[in-house]
Design a protein around this ligand. Structure first.
Ligand code: ADP
Ligand code: MG
Length: 568
């Protein structure tokens, strides 16, 4: 039996509690996330020790219990994890947990804007003091011959430690809820917080019991009967889909997981990507492409960020590339620094890497799907195309990769990659300046007359009628190289097109051309000049003489409508 011992927490800053209470107030529900995840950590530690042969006792069924007592104004979080000895409490709670708080104060003093540090600073165990006047720990370590320990701290920098009452391995954290935080002494409120943060934790979290209906034989007419029974109210799915290997999952598993993530969503996603990266950092997740008609209707901020299955936030702005904000789903990474402010997050190089890596992975995955199942990809194009185009327009790196699988469709509903399309029309849709003209319509019904004329002449017409396609046409033009021009299909444009292999009426015979060449070359007789005799169509110049060093400039001039240097 140890003598009760009083001590003082070595903390440099006095009056830290009022500051923390004030500035973390808006986010104070995270105390439960922190304490429950500590309990989960402690449970996983005992599991690991057992599997390493360093613990020979029975691990038993590991479970975390959350209970509250409205009359006594307490919330208790209990686990049967690794437990702590008195010495460990002094070390891990008094020194380490409190040093996190000291660090918080340092940051707080440095920050110009208090808002910068609010909310994203995980205070761990210490966050208990946001809602509790007094916090107690009752713990029994797994170690042989360990004595139970009891620690109390009333929110000042002094604590008391004495012999505890636990008779089984594990820890109880007992919070004596302060007067401003009594909202947390409610079944509904606690259930809500647990649903938010603990829904996918890897150890079962039990929050009392709930009524469930179970089959109870049959009635006289042979219809099944049900009875109400009290069952454990387990908050979480300890094995969420994103932690599994894609090979274990079928389409219906992905759809079921989507419903688990968004129980109130009516629509089913159309398409998903399972991310599984372990180098250069750890990242897993499932991103869903929702069904949408218009990008304005899509809800942003639907991606949930987890760290080792603990929910952190659904504000993933700094971690997920802007264009992927339109997607839904989960990202889990232990490598994203969570215990820092948001502005810090933006500057963090790991976060930047993660951001570009997600972009790359999503592009690679789409490319892989495109290559292995082009038909399926084409069928889903209407739905995923919007996201891909949005990505291409807003992210150059993504655009580079996506140009391999970004599709365009023509009026016959045939799909082409950008490259394929270029190959298709480069010889048949040329204007007299040598531009390759892509004909498109944004309203096939309205422009049907022109479309038919174009088709009759053997030309092709793209359908670009999506919400982002106005921007996308200029993208295609830009990326198509200097020769590609997009033109809305109309009579005038169609008239001006030619086919490169169209038989050109020669104004000079071959013999005549040869002669003309000789004459001009002799007359000019300069090494740096190049004479060409082209048998061109009416109205064009039959002979051109160009000076090499001016080639590039002339090309530029030709592009802006000026001609080259011409000699008659
Ligand atoms: P972190 O979890 O990031 O280490 P915390 O402030 O949340 O920081 O917790 C500090 C330390 O206290 C933990 O690392 C752990 O060693 C110890 N601890 C907290 N809660 C428990 C618990 N329920 N069981 C065993 N150890 C615990
Ligand atoms: Mg913790």
């Amino acid at each position: 039996i140890m003598n009760p011992e009083k001590g003082s927490i070595s903390i440099h800053t006095e009056n830290i509690f009022p500051v923390i209470k004030k500035f973390l107030y808006s986010d104070n529900e995270i105390f439960l996330r922190e304490l429950v995840s500590n309990a989960v950590d402690a449970s996983q530690k005992i599991k690991r020790l057992a599997s390493l042969g360093q613990y020979n006792g029975e691990t038993g069924e590991l479970i975390v219990d959350v209970k509250f007592d409205e009359a006594a104004k307490t919330i208790t979080i209990s686990d049967n994890g690794i437990g702590m000895t008195a010495e460990e409490i002094k070390k891990y709670i008094n020194q380490i947990a409190f040093s996190g708080a000291t660090e918080f104060m340092e940051k707080f003093k440095e920050a110009n804007d208090a808002n910068e540090i609010i909310g994203r600073f995980g205070l761990g165990f210490y966050s208990a003091f946001m809602v509790a006047d007094t916090v107690e720990i009752q713990s029994l370590s797994y170690q042989d011959g360990a004595e139970p320990a009891h620690w109390t701290c009333d929110g000042s920098t002094s604590y008391e430690i004495s012999t505890g009452t636990r008779t089984t391995r594990g820890t109880d954290i007992i919070l004596h809820i302060n007067d401003e935080s009594t909202e947390f002494l409610s079944q509904a409120r606690l259930q809500e917080i647990l649903d938010k943060y603990a829904k996918f934790l890897p150890i079962p979290i039990r929050f009392g019991t709930k009524t469930s209906s179970e089959p109870d034989g049959e009635d006289e007419e042979g219809k099944p009967k049900y009875k109400s029974v009290e069952v454990d109210n387990i908050i979480n799915n300890t094995n969420p889909a994103w932690t599994k290997s894609p090979s274990e999952l079928k389409d219906e598993d992905y759809l079921a997981f989507y419903r688990e993530l968004y129980p109130y969503s009516m629509d089913e996603p159309l398409f998903w990507i399972h991310l599984n990266v372990d180098y250069p950092f750890n990242l897993t997740g499932i991103l869903y492409f929702p069904k949408v008609k218009n990008e304005l209707e899509i809800q942003r901020n639907k991606i949930k960020l987890y760290s080792r299955q603990v929910f952190i936030t659904d504000e993933v702005k700094d971690i997920v590339p802007e264009f992927l904000m339109l997607l839904h789903g989960v990202i889990d990474s232990p490598d994203i620094p969570l215990n820092v402010s948001r502005s810090f997050l933006q500057a963090d190089s790991n976060v930047k890497k993660i951001n570009s890596y997600i972009t790359k992975k999503v592009a690679d995955k789409l490319n892989e799907i495109f290559k292995t199942d082009r038909k399926g990809f084409e069928e889903k194009w209407t739905d995923i195309g919007l996201f891909i185009k949005y990505g291409m327009l807003s992210d150059e790196k993504f655009a580079e990769k996506a140009s391999d699988f970004c599709l365009v469709k023509n009026t016959n509903n045939a799909s082409f990659t950008i490259k394929e399309y270029y190959e298709k029309v480069k010889d048949i849709q040329v204007d007299k300046d040598g531009n390759i003209v892509y004909l498109y319509t944004h309203d096939a019904a309205q422009q049907d007359g022109f479309i038919q004329t174009a088709l009759n002449k053997g030309y092709d017409v793209l359908v670009l009628d999506g919400p982002l396609d106005t921007h996308f046409t200029s993208y295609l033009e830009q990326k198509g190289g200097e020769k590609v021009q997009l033109k809305r299909v109309d009579a005038d444009v169609i008239d001006k097109l030619i086919q490169k292999d169209e038989k050109i009426e020669l104004s000079l015979s071959e013999e005549e051309s040869k002669k003309a060449l000789e004459v001009f070359e002799k007359a000019i007789s300069r090494q740096d000049m190049k004479v060409e005799v082209d048998a061109l169509r009416e109205g064009d110049l039959p002979v051109s003489v160009t000076i090499d060093e001016f080639m590039r400039r002339m090309k530029d001039m030709a592009k802006t409508g000026g001609g080259g240097m011409n000699f008659y």
